[in-house]
Design a protein around this ligand. Structure first.
Ligand SMILES: Cc1ncc(COP(=O)(O)O)c(C=O)c1O
Length: 414
């Protein structure tokens, strides 16, 4: 993504079309500063070279059988037209029940839950609903790559606050300095993509305190809420004192049920904010796919054992990949949650930056990952970072791991 990078080849490409005659109307200013998603670009290069793709965050396994069956049944039974724009009642009721028991958030499905096309649309609709051009939005960096364009599309000025490697903690003083009278919202994501960090109650309380003091919204992306490996409970910032009225909690079914292609996400917010989000959502997409929403309700009805199994499967996958990465020469902090490992390539003697390194990895050993530049506002800040993902079958991870060990011949350590 790298929104501000003036060296972007895509930027030049957009500004200078290949055949200028006859002249075409110009492309809108707001998208000129986007480069192609680095993640999707690497996926394309990986496909060209038949590499194992440990880049883009999609599993190579399916949702549970009964959930797939519920989707087929919904289509056969005739749920083939628009649902209510803000979500089928049965799904909103299931989300509200889950929010109460799992997130400790008390919400009314009729006035506080909005179903969107993925957490992706949730964040966009929320920002359109609350941000005016010129408002500042604080974003922790490294960040999930969509947040930068979301800010630009809504005219917000992003203010970055660094999570420092290797432990990916933020400095409370730096965070405080980022708040100003112009701050409208802060975006947080825990468990975190790309670092695997899970914010502690203390960190969330520090963020909450500043939100209250400066009268700021918290936009909390909790899409990896079930993927935690350090035994701590998931804490939603909306459940902290005084935060329910100023928080939009965003989550979805993509990651928890391995259905990234179904496009089901949801926002939970107080009624006045929900009403605003619903207006933006209605005009963006009208609604998420109706039959899949009904099957989504079936997914949310799975027993507690489903989530225990999910966690233990992901812990096992992490524990397969991490030793291979260390043996291949990467430096890393074991992730506490989500399904990514952020590594440092500084120990390699190649001198390549992360993008060159990933290209080299794809072409020599056949494994793809995401260069760190995707997660920082300036390309330079991510030049020695590479993110791997482990939402893959065990055999895929072993195969990728064996290939990565061969890196020692192609890209030796210092
Ligand atoms: C932090 C984060 N938020 C949101 C999303 C997108 O989720 P969805 O598929 O629900 O749009 C992703 C996907 O990678 C993500 O990592």
């Amino acid at each position: 993504m790298t929104v501000y990078d003036a060296e972007s080849p895509v930027l030049e490409h957009v500004a200078a079309p290949a055949s200028p005659s006859p002249p075409l109307p110009s492309i809108a200013h707001r998208v000129r500063f986007f480069t192609e998603s680095v993640i999707r670009e690497m996926t394309r290069v990986a496909n060209q070279h038949h590499a194992i793709n440990l880049g883009q965050g999609m599993p190579d396994f399916d949702p549970p059988e009964e959930v797939k069956e519920a989707a087929c049944r919904a289509i056969r039974d005739g749920a083939n037209q628009y649902a209510i724009t803000w979500g089928a009642p049965v799904l909103r009721q299931a989300i509200a029940a889950k929010a109460r028991s799992f997130n400790n958030i008390d919400c009314d499905p009729d006035s506080q839950v909005t179903v969107c096309c993925g957490a992706t649309e949730c964040m966009m609709a929320t920002m359109l609903a609350i941000i005016d051009p010129g408002d500042e939005v604080i974003i922790f960096e490294p960040f999930y790559e969509n947040y930068g364009p979301d800010a630009l599309l809504t005219g917000a000025t992003p203010v970055w606050v660094r999570m420092h490697s290797p432990h990916w903690r933020f400095d409370p003083e730096e965070l405080r300095r980022a708040f100003s009278p112009r701050t409208k919202a802060i975006i947080l994501n825990t468990p975190n993509n790309p670092t695997g960090r899970v914010f502690t109650r203390e960190e969330l309380s520090q963020i909450a305190e500043l939100c209250r003091e400066f009268n700021v919204f918290a936009l909390s992306d909790e899409i990896y809420e079930y993927l935690r490996f350090n035994g701590t409970p998931h804490i939603s910032i909306a459940s902290l004192p005084g935060m329910a009225q100023r928080t939009v909690t965003i989550s979805g079914l993509s990651k928890t049920f391995s259905m990234t292609g179904w496009r089901l996400g949801y926002c939970i917010a107080p009624p006045t904010i929900t009403a605003a989000i619903r207006k933006a959502h209605d005009f963006l997409t009208v609604g998420a796919p109706h039959p899949l929403q009904l099957a989504g309700a079936a997914a949310l009805a799975l027993p507690a054992s489903y989530y225990e199994q999910l966690r233990s499967d992901y812990r096992r996958r992490r524990d397969i990949l991490v030793p291979y990465l260390r043996d291949a020469g990467f430096e890393l902090e074991e992730p506490q949650g989500a399904y990514y490992v952020m590594t440092d390539i500084a120990p390699f003697e190649s001198g390549l930056d992360a993008t060159q390194f990933v290209r080299e990895m794809i072409t020599t050993v056949g494994v793809s990952a995401v260069p760190g530049s995707a997660f920082y506002a300036s390309r330079e800040s991510g030049r020695s970072k590479v993110r791997f993902m482990f939402a893959k079958r065990d055999e895929t991870l072993h195969q990728a791991g064996e290939r990565l060990l061969k890196l020692r011949h192609h890209l030796p350590r210092r």
